[in-house]
Structures are given as structure tokens and as C-alpha cells.
Design a protein around this ligand. Sequence first.
Ligand SMILES: [Zn+2]
Ligand SMILES: [Zn+2]
Length: 142
Amino acid sequence: MENSHKGQCFCGAVKIEVTGDPMGMGYCHCVSCRSWASTRVHCWTAWPPQAVIVTKGQDNIGSFSKTENSDRRFCKTCGGNIMTLHPTMGMTDICAGTLPTLPFEPGLHTHYAETIQPMADGLAKFKDLPADFGGSGDMLPE
Ligand SMILES: [Zn+2]
Ligand SMILES: [Zn+2]
């Protein structure tokens, strides 16, 4: 398929494919993303839910929702994270590292109020989320 990218979990039992262009890409500094992705900053790519298909291992996917905003999907075999569904925002977030052929072109920082890793890169720093993602739209200095 044209303009599609493949990804998989840590062990390869689950494979996904995305088609088209992401709705956005950026860095999330929130404590949930940091904990879930086991990192200081989460590199996210946001997709329309229908752009993401599971091509292998649908039955091997577990899910966990700490809040109603985030339905986090992982591989039952290796525990590797696969994607996070954001049903209230109408998008699916895939870690940039899960899609190795997708050029990562971050455009903004989200939940910068929670940062433990300030990044002076000139990109917009949203206190929580942009208004069109359901946030306050408030900005913070670097
Ligand atoms: Zn796996
Ligand atoms: Zn986050």
C-alpha cells in the first residue's frame, strides 16, 4: 500500500500497519506517557483510528485503561506497548519508535507543565493539550 508504515511489538507477535499521514507528531511530557513508555519524554504520532490496522496477533493484544481518555494496548507475550487509543479525542497514538520507516517530524510539545526534561527546540509548548485536541490551548515558555 502506498504511504503505509509497518510496526510491531517487542517480540513480533503483534504487527500493525498505518496508512496515510499522521494527524500530528510531537513530544508528550505527561506522567502517564512517561510511565507507560518507560521514558522521560514520549515521542507520539497521532492517527485517525481507521488508519491503523492490526495485521497479526489481534488475539494477543491486552488493554489497560487508567482513565477513560486512554485505552492502552500491549502485547500479552512480551509486554511491549503497541498503541494507545484516545476515544474521547478520536485518535490513536503510536510511539514513534514503533514505526521505524515513518520520518519523525515533531510539531509540538504536549503536557509541558509536567515536564522533567525541558527541551529548548523552539517548538510550541502546550501546558496540556491544544484546544483542537480538547485541551486548554494554553502555552508555556521553554
Ligand atoms: Zn510482543
Ligand atoms: Zn502524555
